[in-house]
Design a protein around this ligand. Structure first.
Ligand code: NAG
Ligand code: NAG
Length: 229
């Protein structure tokens, strides 16, 4: 009986604690609560940029390795490079072509372009993973990279949303992205055509991940170090 009472007291106390915590959270609703339980721990813009650049570099590294892995395994003697199409599904986003053009692009526009390019890869990366998984003797080295890239792309996207939230607080959420319609090219009955479809996609991924990585390095330099780097 005593035990029951004290456990009821215990749960009441717990309930009060939960309620007061809820109230506390409400009063600081705009401050995110960290996974380590501390309140008021918004990451600094510099930390966010550091993380984003590490991620984008990692994604570019994986995309490059995946592209070469694929070419080594399936591209020998196929002449994919001469048959590849030059445009990517993200071409319509008109990103700066080179460093000079990127330098001249306003940082708000560049941030928003990075976000759009990342969003445009959500769908094709999802399908890339499932199509590679369905390949005969699914090549582990390629599959594991595709899975990792899909996941890290999402993390980078979240990081970019936080960065934009700090750089342009109150800015309207950018939902712009390019629709990918390349799924049939990964499902062609003819093997060579199908492999060419993969080749095109992996080449575009490598190219876009390089763009994102260089824009982010440039943005970090401009915004965090006032271009002194
Ligand atoms: C919790 O995380 C934040 C942000 O990463 C960090 O600044 C803070 O020091 C951490 N607190 C503890 C108690 O580890
Ligand atoms: C990717 O990173 C690994 C580990 O740091 C490195 O050994 C490899 O050369 C990198 N690959 C490319 C294509 O940069």
């Amino acid at each position: 009986m005593d035990n029951k009472v004290s456990s009821q007291k215990g749960s009441l106390w717990l309930l009060l604690l939960v309620v007061s915590n809820l109230l506390l959270c409400k009063s600081v609703a705009s401050v995110p609560i960290c996974s380590n339980g501390t309140v008021n721990c918004q990451m600094s813009l510099q930390d966010l940029f550091d993380r984003a650049v590490v991620l984008s570099h990692y994604i570019h590294n994986l995309s490059t390795e995946m592209f070469f892995e694929f070419d080594k395994r399936y591209g020998q003697g196929k002449g994919f490079i001469t048959k590849a199409i030059n445009s990517c599904h993200t071409s319509s986003l008109s990103t700066p072509e080179d460093k000079d053009q990127a330098q001249q692009t306003h940082h708000e526009e560049l941030l928003s372009l990075v976000l759009s390019v990342l969003r445009s890869w959500n769908d094709p990366l999802y399908h890339l993973v499932s199509e590679v998984r369905g390949m005969q003797e699914a090549p582990e080295a390629i599959l594991s990279k595709a899975i990792e890239i899909e996941e890290q792309n999402k993390r980078l996207l979240e990081g970019m949303e936080k960065i934009i939230g700090q750089v342009q607080p109150g800015a309207k959420e950018n939902e712009v992205y390019s629709v990918w319609s390349g799924l049939p090219s990964l499902q062609m009955g003819d093997e060579d055509s199908r492999l060419l479809g993969f080749y095109n996609l992996l080449r575009c991924l490598r190219r876009d991940s390089h763009k994102i990585d260089s824009y982010l390095k440039l943005l970090k330099c401009r915004i965090i170090y006032n271009s002194n780097c």
